[in-house]
Design a protein. Structure first.
Length: 289
């Protein structure tokens, strides 16, 4: 299993493998030091089951079925599920030769897998008994009275969230449009379909394919906080994430969880901001514009 993390100064990074989860778990406490993008040059450190050395302190811990799961406290958690299908769809997205219809389908499939991982042990359930063709069975259903709120950030978030309703039995979708000034990089909300107030305890998926500098996702999460959603009730779904965005999120939203297909090393510093190597403009490539 491969764990990818970033490091510019000594920090605490742990990986847990649990029989209850197939995700690689990075506990981020001050994930990166405060720095400007102009001075930011992270290293990418990989931990393999081999004698390769890394500048990141990686603690490997295998938990037995009787041990408790790691408790995050107020630390932000970043999950990079080590699933071969996730790696496959990320690879399809990276390929500059992938045409828009296939790109959008790959984005939707990646979103389905990430939401599956993110919903593990998170959805409210109800139990009871039903009559099967062969007898009475004790069953457990996802509670339809507590739908998961899905908040795709337009445009590209629509593609990543496309299969949300096929994997989650009960959902409500609230569209959020945020554009970015390409000169100042400041986010501007141009469409807000969020409710004035979320029901207490609401579970929310925020779907944003590219976490680059973090301006857009920070604005979206701030709007949710204003409407009564606690950080620990929010899970961010992203195709690719970069250290500058993860740094901002870890500083501003303790207790948040991020599920991403991969963590890339950096972003470019001039002109339009893109993750490197990334996959280009996810919105343009999804919709052929």
């Amino acid at each position: 299993m491969e764990t990818i993390s970033t490091d510019t100064t000594p920090c605490l990074t742990r990986r847990y493998t649990s029989p209850h989860s197939s995700s690689t778990l990075l506990l981020l406490n001050h994930f990166l030091p405060s720095s400007n993008l102009s001075s930011f040059s992270p290293k990418i450190c990989c931990s393999f089951p081999s004698p390769h050395r890394s500048s990141v302190a990686v603690v490997r811990s295998r938990m037995s079925a009787t041990e408790e799961k790691p408790v995050s406290g107020d630390r932000m958690l970043v999950f990079v599920p080590p699933h071969s299908l996730i790696k496959h769809w990320v690879s399809v997205l990276r390929n500059e030769q992938t045409p828009p219809p296939i790109f959008r389908n790959a984005m939707a499939e990646l979103g389905r897998l990430l939401m599956y991982e993110a919903s593990r042990d998170w959805l409210p359930t109800v139990t009871g008994e039903i009559q099967s063709p062969m007898g009475v069975a004790t069953v457990e259903f996802v509670d339809p009275r507590e739908p998961v709120a899905v908040v795709p950030i337009l445009r590209a978030g629509l593609a990543l969230a496309e299969h949300a309703s096929s994997i989650l039995p009960a959902t409500k979708t609230y569209h959020l449009g945020i554009s970015r000034n390409e000169e100042t990089l400041e986010p501007t909300v141009y469409l807000n379909k969020l409710p004035e107030k979320f029901v207490e305890g609401s579970r929310v998926f925020v779907v944003d394919p590219m976490l680059a500098t973090g301006g857009t996702i920070v604005e979206a999460l701030s709007l949710l906080n204003e409407r009564g959603v606690d950080n620990k009730q929010i899970k961010v779904i992203a195709a690719v994430a970069a250290p500058p965005a993860l740094q901002k999120l870890s500083e501003k939203f303790p207790g948040l969880q991020v599920y991403t297909g991969i963590i890339d090393p950096t972003v470019n510093e001039k002109g339009q901001v893109f993750i490197i190597p990334g996959l280009g403009d996810a919105g343009d490539r999804s919709f052929g514009t």
